[in-house]
Design a protein around this ligand. Structure first.
Ligand SMILES: Nc1ncnc2c1ncn2[C@@H]1O[C@H](COP(=O)(O)OP(=O)(O)OP(=O)(O)O)[C@@H](O)[C@H]1O
Length: 605
């Protein structure tokens, strides 16, 4: 379980400047106490009572320096000078020594923290993203970061300095009359213990609320992502009702469990504070009547003790706000502590790869066994040799493990037994990022980033020449539609730009993969969602790639893979047939059945 220390850890880098600025803020809070003290002393001067000894010394020094008589006017002048110094002179200095640094540290830490969050997003295993949707993750990050940023200036710039002021007040009262100081101290201790005890319970409730809110936001994000399905199935009313119930539950929890808790706390706090003020007034009055303290000290004690009690409201409000935020900060910290996936690539800049890998493209699977749950293997003892430049197709029923095999090839998951070897080397022993740079994949759904077509094409390789880009576009038949785009290569595509059709996206995906010039190229069901014409165009593009590098194709449509050198049929996670198209047809096995089904639409027994 993460703790408060973990949250503090994010500020460790700025510890020196943080201590300095907190000390400065605390100093200014203490300096404020000079004003009520000086006013008390002015009262003493006006009522012909003596000044405190230290002040008498100060006045004597000033009289000596200025060659003036030590009278009431000089005393008043010194006291006014003191007030001027701690109010007017300090005013322009204070913000630069406190507020400036508190926000500077908060904003720098925010930047560092976000940097780490992005690194974490990039290195978490794929399984995390299978289990948590983007809305849930984004909500957790946004709330955590926001609360982290806002909390620091409040704690460093207000909470701690105000506590220092209260301590200062205690010392001043102690100097004036220790009995009053003890009464003051007891009342304060009572209030603080009371606040802290209640807040502890509230923090736990805030954590539950945080989870509720995350669930609601996660569903909202799902609605946005799946809006077409929601509309098509006319489930708008259902979704609205479901979210309404969630919001209802959330707000009931906030109102009756949390908000009520804070109001209860406030009620008690206000009552105890007023009792304490009265208690100190009583003590001070008794001390004055008995002649233990002067009128000036009576005024000073009352003023500064009510200053202390008036600080209790902002302090408890800050403690309350902190409690509200604490849960989300802790949850962000727990996110930061999630272990990186075994598939995490190095985040070192590309420029350090002075010696990039280069493979012939010979891929070998040896006794490969894997299950997302190790007790339920999806791939079982797979042995397969793919020679350099060969084109190998993976076919099999849905769920037979084709995509899983490709995920292992890309090292998104580690095999439970056996391994994958490239040019004889186990891919586990290679640098993940360096290895992946030698592979490329064209998914069924090609991701488009918001930016120009050129940006999207060169996503995997920014250093390529324009001639090579054009060549890749010719092979992938991107050139067939590029002239229809308003600004050719510079057309903005994606979220805020021109929408590309399914076939166009596929061709962009192929060109993007070719631009990387991979040693192994994978097509993951690249044509299964396309119309006949687009499919033809992509098949032609793929055909011109066959033989130029090792190519692995996962295909449901068998027409795509007739020309593959090797067709591997998977069934329930095992390789059941291997051969080329003609050989497999002659075997009259699963491939033959699948082929007949696609050719005639009838299933042969
Ligand atoms: N991230 C995952 N976590 C747990 N199980 C998974 C995960 N991805 C896939 N599976 C399971 O693994 C099995 C094989 O899935 P896989 O996607 O590899 O099959 P496939 O042959 O590619 O299927 P299709 O042709 O339908 O895409 C399926 O039973 C599936 O439910």
């Amino acid at each position: 379980m993460a703790s408060f220390r973990d949250i503090l850890g994010y500020f460790r880098k700025y510890i020196a400047i943080a201590l300095f600025s907190i000390a400065a803020s605390s100093f200014f809070e203490l300096v404020d106490l000079v004003v009520p003290y000086a006013i008390g002393q002015i009262l003493n001067v006006l009522s012909n009572q003596p000044l405190d000894r230290s002040l008498q010394n100060l006045v004597a020094q000033v009289a000596l320096l200025t060659q003036r008589p030590e009278d009431r006017f000089l005393s008043l002048g010194v006291l006014l000078g003191l007030i001027f110094l701690v109010t007017v002179v300090r005013a322009p200095i204070q913000p630069w020594l406190s507020a400036w640094f508190h926000w500077d540290i908060a904003l720098r830490t925010r930047r560092d923290h976000l940097h780490k969050v992005i690194a974490k997003i990039l290195t978490l295993p794929l399984s995390f993203y299978d289990e948590n949707n983007p809305g849930r993750i984004a909500s957790r990050i946004a709330r955590g970061i926001e609360n982290h940023t806002w909390t620091y200036p409040e704690v460093a710039g207000q909470f701690i300095p105000k506590m220092a002021r209260i301590l200062g007040i205690f010392v001043v009262i102690w100097v004036i009359e220790w009995r009053i100081a003890i009464a003051f101290f007891i009342s304060f201790l009572l209030i603080l213990v009371f606040i802290l005890k209640d807040l502890n319970g509230l923090i736990k409730k805030e954590e539950v609320l945080d989870r509720h809110m995350e669930n609601t936001q996660s569903r909202t994000s799902e609605i946005i992502t799946n809006i077409k399905t929601v509309k098509a199935f006319a489930t708008e009313a259902y979704e609205l009702d479901r979210q309404k119930q969630r919001l209802e539950r959330e707000s009931n929890y906030v109102i009756y469990r949390i908000h009520k808790g804070y109001v209860d706390l406030l009620t008690w706090q206000k009552t105890i504070v007023q009792l304490s003020v009265f208690w100190v007034l009583l003590f001070t009055l008794i001390s004055t009547v008995q002649g233990h303290i002067s009128i000036g000290h009576f005024i000073t004690t009352l003023t500064i003790s009510s200053m202390a009690y008036s600080e209790l409201d902002p302090i408890s409000q800050m403690a309350e706000i902190f409690a509200r935020r604490y849960a989300s900060m802790i949850r962000l910290h727990e996110f930061m502590k999630l272990p990186a996936g075994t598939d995490a690539a190095s985040l070192l800049p590309e420029s350090i790869y002075s010696n990039p890998y280069k493979f012939t493209g010979k891929v070998e699977l040896r006794h490969l066994t894997f299950g997302y749950n190790p007790n339920r293997p999806i791939l079982k003892d797979i042995n397969l040799l793919i020679e350099p430049y060969q084109t190998v197709a993976l076919v099999g029923r849905s769920g037979s493990g084709k995509s899983t095999l490709v995920k292992l090839l890309f090292r998104y998951f580690e095999p439970n037994q056996g391994g994958i070897f490239i040019d004889g080397e186990n891919i586990r022993t290679l640098d993940t990022a360096g290895y992946r740079r030698r592979l490329a994949i064209v998914h069924q759904e090609v991701d488009i980033f918001n930016g120009t077509l050129l940006d999207n094409l060169t996503y995997g390789n920014r250093k390529i020449s324009f001639e090579q880009i054009e060549k890749a576009c010719r092979i992938a038949r991107v050139d067939e539609f590029i002239h229809d785009l308003p600004k050719g290569y510079n057309t903005i595509v994606g979220e805020r730009g021109v929408r590309l059709s399914g076939g166009q996206r596929q061709r962009l995906g192929i060109a993007r993969a070719l631009i990387v010039d991979p040693d192994v190229l994978v097509f993951d069901e690249a044509t299964s969602s396309l119309d006949y014409e687009s499919e033809r165009s992509i098949q032609l593009a793929m055909r011109s790639i066959f033989g130029t590098r090792t190519t692995i194709i996962i295909a449901h449509r068998l027409s795509t893979i007739r020309e593959a050198d090797k067709i591997v049929v998977l069934d329930s996670g095992r390789v059941v047939e291997v051969g080329n198209h003609d050989e497999l047809l002659n075997q009259q096995g699963i491939y033959h059945r699948l082929h007949s089904l696609q050719e005639t639409g009838e299933l042969l027994d």
